[in-house]
Design a protein around this ligand. Structure first.
Ligand SMILES: Nc1ncnc2c1ncn2[C@@H]1O[C@H](COP(=O)(O)OP(=O)(O)OP(=O)(O)O)[C@@H](O)[C@H]1O
Ligand SMILES: [Mg+2]
Length: 202
């Protein structure tokens, strides 16, 4: 227990979780708060629990997941819940990038980094950074996390407006993560056929 009333595990969890870039709407997402409303959602929940239970092994093997389904069915919720479950159960194995330490003297936590990134936001941030010096460093940081974090949720892939540039960026990112055995969780509303049209064969 520390003077804040939180245990060192809880403090580490808060530090790691806040570096995962989970959007506020999903910051509290967990398996416990996911309420399946049909057998398909129940099956998805069970598969996610199994994936999370073998989380470290899945990370070490670079295994990921692919969520496909209609708007609002809980794909992003479940993917954030997987991260939470893996981080909570293995908190001593997770860290956060030093640059995200808020204050001088805050503890440094080393270990796997993980993050959630909206594909539309990522591409928009990269596009905005062209020729605008002040946007370049944050765009580079975002891309660096998307490329190098041990686990990344690429949220809502296929929602971006297709173009040759988009296809090139996404192919490069996904291919790099695949080659480097980094775990990627995808969520999408698109059919596989439409996605292949946008990114090439996955
Ligand atoms: N089965 C569920 N139980 C509890 N909350 C849910 C469930 N499904 C969705 N939600 C909540 O509804 C909101 C929308 O869910 P979420 O963003 O996960 O949907 P999505 O499938 O990713 O949608 P989209 O295709 O638009 O990205 C979130 O706040 C999420 O927490
Ligand atoms: Mg979503």
């Amino acid at each position: 227990m520390s003077i804040t009333g939180f245990s060192s595990e809880e403090l580490r969890f808060q530090a790691v979780w806040s570096s995962c870039r989970i959007p506020p709407r999903l910051a509290g997402a967990s398996f416990e708060t996911y309420k399946p409303t049909c057998p398909e959602q129940q099956r998805a929940l069970e598969k996610c629990r199994v994936f999370a239970a073998n989380g470290l092994d899945n990370i070490n093997q670079g295994r990921g997941l692919f969520f496909q389904g209609a708007v609002g069915t809980g794909k992003s919720h479940l993917s954030a819940s997987i991260l939470r479950a893996i981080v909570v159960s293995n908190i001593d194995r997770f860290g956060r990038p030093a640059s995200e330490n808020g204050f001088v003297g805050e503890p440094v936590y080393e270990g796997f980094y993980c993050s959630m990134v909206s594909v539309v936001d990522l591409l928009g941030t990269l596009r905005e950074s062209f020729g605008v010096e002040q946007f370049r460093a944050p765009a580079r940081r975002l891309l660096h996390r998307a490329r190098s974090d041990a686990v990344v949720i690429l949220d809502d892939i296929g929602a971006e407006k297709p173009s040759e540039w988009v296809e090139e960026q996404l192919y490069a990112l996904i291919d790099l993560r695949y080659r480097m055995l980094r775990s990627t969780i995808f969520t999408t509303n698109c059919s596989m056929k439409k996605l292949e049209g946008q990114i090439g064969s996955l």
